[in-house]
Design a protein around this ligand. Structure first.
Ligand SMILES: Nc1ncnc2c1ncn2[C@@H]1O[C@H](COP(=O)(O)OP(=O)(O)OP(=O)(O)O)[C@@H](O)[C@H]1O
Length: 266
């Protein structure tokens, strides 16, 4: 596990700063007063009980779900007060991998990877294709997979293809929503290793929603636990395992946690 990048004062640099976030639907606020910092170069694992708002938070931070209150600053830019041009410039610096991959089913993998380049750049078709080839290599897929439709791929291949698309514009940050859900343990472990390698080689910052205890142990530098619409705790695994909140105790010290080797972090 590499340490997060630091600035000149040796403090980890915060590249996403969320303050007092409120997101709701109908009469209910799912997120209500959430504060969170994401540091450059870290893999931050976001956990919490089912339905607690992990995906909603990811979507609100990336502007896909409107918020009712609070601020989201990315690279020092307040996303509410930024001009359209500034906002688009920041959005180009992140890639998102949604649950289930969310590839366009009628497009080949290569065409899916080229899609963000079509939308955000005026690169020539030849260059787009060349970059797509590089991304296919980067995520460990064979080039033949590029010509296939998503329906012709295994679950693990779909995740890799979706990651290749998220990396299409060489982002600084990737948001991954349960990337190992539905993968067998070996496939999930291989995906965790891939993310760690990309973090180390590309200097990526990774915001990762997960239920996967193995991912938390293997890949995450820090963990952010959400509960009741807020951040319950944020820090390294060694701190999480000491937290006495009942959900945290069960999650980080229960039988499944011990099986994932969390006892060693205590
Ligand atoms: N578009 C929407 N309209 C209404 N309610 C929504 C919408 N999106 C999410 N919700 C509700 O917000 C709550 C949080 O959902 P979210 O998907 O963020 O949970 P989660 O923590 O990611 O859960 P899980 O771990 O099960 O994936 C849920 O109660 C969900 O039903």
């Amino acid at each position: 596990m590499g340490a997060a990048a630091t600035n000149s004062s040796n403090e980890p640099e915060t590249i996403i700063k969320v303050r007092d976030l409120v997101v709701g639907f109908g009469e209910r606020n799912v997120i209500d007063g959430l504060d969170m910092d994401v540091r450059r170069g870290e893999i931050l694992g976001v956990v919490g009980p089912s339905g607690t708002g992990k995906s909603v938070t990811l979507r609100a931070v990336t502007g896909l779900t409107p918020k009712r209150g609070g601020t989201v600053e990315v690279f020092g830019m307040d996303m509410d007060t930024a001009t359209e041009k500034e906002r688009l410039a920041v959005e180009r610096r992140w890639g998102v991998l949604f649950q289930q991959g969310a590839l366009f089913s009628s497009l080949t993998v290569r065409q899916n990877i080229e899609m963000p380049m079509r939308e955000h750049t005026d690169l020539s078709p030849k260059l787009r294709e060349e970059i797509a080839r590089l991304k296919i290599d980067l995520v460990g897929l064979k080039q033949e997979a590029g010509d296939r439709l998503p329906s012709e791929l295994s679950g693990g291949m779909i995740k890799r293809a979706a990651l290749a698309r998220a990396l299409a514009l060489d982002p600084d940050i990737v948001f991954l929503d349960e990337p190992t859900a539905g993968l067998d343990p070996i496939g999930a472990n291989a995906f965790d290793r891939l993310i760690m390698t990309l973090k180390d080689s590309l200097g990526l910052t990774v915001y990762l929603v997960t239920h996967d205890l193995d991912t938390l142990v293997t890949a995450c530098d820090r963990i952010c636990a959400l509960k009741g619409g807020k951040v319950l705790a944020i820090g390294p695994l060694s701190e999480m395992v000491k937290n006495d909140d009942p959900w945290m105790k069960e999650y980080f010290r229960g039988e499944r946690a011990r099986a994932a080797g969390m006892g060693a972090a205590a």
